[in-house]
Design a protein around this ligand. Structure first.
Ligand code: GTR
Length: 323
């Protein structure tokens, strides 16, 4: 019963001054399995929290989408049923428009630029944008860059995607992006992609090296075409109701521990990318480089529709003005 209340009250300890000191375990969702960098980074954050609160606050990560697929866990986090959630930006695009900016196709020139933007003012603005939607943005994690993979053939130009059913995350931006390239976008939960590929329900999907490898999608979709259309990062969010229950000093500790877990995540990520690259290549996957120019050309309507005015347009201009 208590579990349903979000932050699990493990023990209510009557402190010397008569106030209640509460041992809290923050329940955190992740779609990835144990060992994946996002999962391990949030566990690391939990260790920092335990240390810094002398055991009062900890984290339990529920990996492998035990608490549901991202679309559902986001809703549950908004309702405070789950305390924390590590998700990709894409399934948040429809809810929090500011998350669209770093999810836009080909917006970043490099991983370094993406990190600079997300660690800077624009990143802070995006973190703040979660609050009106009952979420507190804590930190961003890397997610490499996403490329196409499929069961049929190498993709070298948008023409190759014509008529192909490509799974996308549940985001209008990603649906339109894929359709603009000539594919038939098929929104679907991550956990259903493997069987979708296997049964031919979809012809392909798109993701970064570590996800392509850890999900075993490479076993069934043997063509990986490196167009790198999105660097949409991951984000760690907290339920606003859980956040509001924390004392201001604990809020500070939580925010700092989340920030400190980013460096750890980056180290884990770089190693994981290399490992995934090796496993996938050794498995005989056909990897090809892609000239992205014809893909980029088709993206103008997407920029116009999703970031054609106001604050989002301004953020895009600021990113494009960077060296
Ligand atoms: C991964 C990401 C997950 C999820 C997944 C997907 O790269 O880390 O959070 O968004 O992609 O494609 O659904």
């Amino acid at each position: 019963m208590l579990k349903l209340l979000g932050a699990t009250a493990l023990g209510l300890v009557l402190a010397a001054n008569g106030a209640f000191a509460q041992d809290m375990v923050l329940r955190s969702a992740d779609t990835h399995p144990d060992g994946y960098p996002t999962v391990e980074a949030v566990k690391y954050m939990g260790e920092l929290l335990k240390e810094r609160t002398k055991g009062r606050i900890g984290v339990e990560v529920f990996a492998s989408h035990q608490l549901g697929e991202e679309k559902e866990t986001i809703e549950q986090t908004r309702f405070g049923v789950i305390d924390m959630n590590r998700v990709n930006m894409a399934p948040l695009n429809n809810l929090v428009p500011e998350t669209i900016v770093p999810s836009l196709p080909y917006i970043f020139k490099s991983k370094e630029q993406m990190r600079e933007v997300m660690d800077g003012e624009i990143g802070d603005e995006i973190l703040k944008a979660f609050e009106p939607h009952d979420l507190i943005g804590l930190a961003f994690y890397d997610s490499g860059s996403r490329s196409f993979y499929n069961t049929k053939k190498p993709i070298t130009s948008p023409d190759d995607l014509k008529g192909m059913k490509i799974r996308v995350q549940q985001s209008d931006l990603f649906i339109d992006l894929m359709n603009a390239l000539g594919a038939n976008a098929t929104p679907m939960a991550y956990g259903e992609v493997y069987s979708g590929l296997q049964t031919g329900l979809i012809d392909g999907a798109e993701n970064n090296w570590p996800s392509y490898e850890s999900s075993k999608h490479y076993e069934v979709a043997k063509y990986y075409s490196l167009d790198g259309h999105s660097m949409a990062p991951e984000v760690l969010v907290m339920a606003k109701s859980t956040w509001d229950n924390l004392a201001p000093e604990d809020q500070k500790i939580v925010r700092q521990a989340a920030k400190d877990s980013v460096k750890k995540m980056h180290e884990l990520w770089d190693a994981e990318e290399e490992k995934a690259h090796q496993i996938v290549t050794e498995a005989g996957v056909k990897v090809n480089e892609v000239d992205t120019a014809p893909f980029v050309e088709k993206m103008q309507p997407i920029y116009d529709k999703y970031a054609g005015s106001g604050n989002l347009k301004d953020m895009v201009a600021r990113i494009q003005a960077m060296n």
